[in-house]
Structure formats: C-alpha cells, structure tokens
Write a protein that binds this ligand. Structure first.
Ligand SMILES: N[C@@H](CCC(=O)N[C@@H](CS)C(=O)NCC(=O)O)C(=O)O
Length: 281
C-alpha cells in the first residue's frame, strides 16, 4: 500500500523529491494529477478527479481564485482540501486515509523518509550511496536538524526561483528580478559548493534527503535554460553559470544520473551543457 497520495500538476520537480526518496527506500507513493494546463479542470481533493464541463462554472461551490503559478483564474478546491491544505497549493500530499494533509514539497519528502519501515532504511542501495544507518533522514535529532537546515536554505532559493521563472514564463521578468535571482543563486550555490566540496557522500555528511531536495530544486531552476527566448524577449542574461561552484555542479550531475533520480530527471528536463540543440520552450 502507498505510504502517501500526492496530487499535483505533472511533471513537477517538487513531486520528484518524494518519488526519488520512495524509489530509494522501496516504498510506494501514489501520484495523481495532470499536465499543468489541465489541472484547473480538476477537483482538488483527496479524491481528486477531472471535472465534467458543466461543473466548471464560477458558481460551483468549490470555485476559488488561483493565487500562484496558474494562469487560469479559477481553481476548484473542496472545503476538505482547504482544511487539509490551508495554503491551497500543490503538490498536496495525504496520508493513506486522507485525514492528514501534508504540504510543502520538503515536508512531503520528509514524510516519505519517516514513513518507511526501519528495515527499508538500511538497504544495500542506501549504504552504497553513503546514507546513515538510520536511513535518509540522518540519525538522531541533531543530524535530522542539520538535514532540515539544508531543506530550509533550499526553500528560500526555491521561492526565489518560483517567482523568477513564473515572471520569465509570462515574459514579464525585469532586471530587478534577475538581479535578485542572481543574488539568491550565488548565496545558495556557494553554500552547496562548500558542503559538497568536503568529500562526504552527501551535503549534510551522509547521503540524505538534503541531497534529493537540492537536486530537485536545482533541476527546477535549470528550467531557465528552456526559456532562452523569454530571456531574450525580456532583455536579460541567464542567471545560471555552468562554470562557477564546481563541487555543487559535480554533485548535481553525479546524482541526477543515478537510476533513482534519472527515472524522473532523465527526459531532457535538465539540458546537457554539451548538447548542441538547446531546447526553446
Ligand atoms: N513551496 C511550495 C510551492 C507550492 C506552490 O506554490 N504551488 C503553486 C503552484 S506552483 C500552487 O499550488 N498554487 C495554487 C493556487 O494558485 O491557488 C512547495 O514546495 O510545495
């Protein structure tokens, strides 16, 4: 049985945090959703489903104004969904019975690591990656808190990334936004570079969910490379710098090629620097 059900638009690197962890731990997560443009046509609920045409009306009791990331003005969220997910965002995870909502992709990732039975946390696969004996969430309160520190630093970077990429996608990014993103990028990547350059298996020391969150948040940021036409339209230079912070880039490139990561990231989401064909989204 799945340890979590996750509702989201797909593909979504925020969901990959949970699916990569699940793959490594040998547990199941159920992922329900649709492509980003189709999700406004769904009922957002534990039992999420596509709506009938007749239900997609402003007087539908579940109709809500979208807040962030959806160009459609209207989304359809049940009261139960909003009780479980007070910020009304996806990815939206639920425990198997649907009574407990878990939001924020980093917390959904933690939930997978915590939900895995003890024997799942000590496999040969995890040992080969350099995970601690306690699994992907470290051993004891201090190691877990150190891993949380990376997740929190990553969330700050991810929030800047979200605002920047949404503006870029809408061809409304400004020089000020680009400068702000550049500063957040430098701060975050330098910290990751420091941690990755220390020769441990993972950023926090052992390999952990801190590494999974980094790979997914950085993959999300790397969508910038799919938006070269938008950058040009806005008169902006890319923030991404392939040459700086070598340990951070090497860590990212090593992990994203592992089968458990490549199952989600391996479809050209991250463009190979050496590729002659740069995709334009
Ligand atoms: N930091 C959150 C970001 C989630 C988020 O902002 N989701 C947006 C889509 S990108 C959303 O669900 N918006 C719903 C709305 O506009 O009402 C996470 O990592 O899960």
């Amino acid at each position: 049985m799945a340890v979590l059900r996750i509702f989201s638009y797909l593909p979504n690197p925020r969901v990959w945090k949970a699916t990569i962890a699940a793959r490594l731990l040998g547990v199941e997560v159920e992922v329900v959703g649709d492509r980003p443009k189709a999700l406004p046509g769904w009922l957002w609920d534990f039992d999420a489903r596509p709506l009938e045409e007749a239900e997609k009306t402003p007087d539908n009791p579940h109709a809500r104004t979208s807040r962030r990331g959806f160009s459609a003005a209207m989304l359809y969220k049940t009261d139960a969904f909003l009780a479980a997910h007070p910020f009304g965002t996806v990815p939206a995870a639920f425990d198997p019975q649907g009574g407990t909502g878990i939001f924020e992709s980093n917390s959904i990732l933690r939930a997978v690591a915590r939900a895995a039975a003890p024997e799942r946390r000590q496999t040969e696969q995890l040992a080969a990656l350099g995970a601690a004996a306690g699994g992907l969430y470290g051993e004891g309160p201090y190691e877990a808190a150190r891993i949380d520190s990376f997740l929190d630093a990553g969330l700050v970077f991810a929030r800047e990334t979200q605002a920047y990429l949404l503006a870029l996608a809408a061809r409304k990014a400004t020089q000020e936004m680009s400068d702000r993103m550049r500063e957040a990028y430098a701060f975050y990547l330098e910290g990751i570079d420091n941690a990755a350059g220390r020769g441990g298996d993972g950023l926090a020391g052992p390999f952990s969910i801190a590494d999974i969150a980094f790979v997914c948040d950085f993959a999300q940021f790397r969508r910038e490379e799919h938006m070269l036409d938008r950058l040009e339209h806005c008169g902006l230079e890319p923030v991404y710098q392939p040459d700086g912070q070598p340990s951070a880039h090497a860590h990212f490139d090593r992990l994203r090629r592992l089968p458990a990561f490549a199952a989600d990231l391996g479809d050209g989401y991250v463009l190979e620097a050496e590729s002659p064909e740069r995709k334009r989204a």
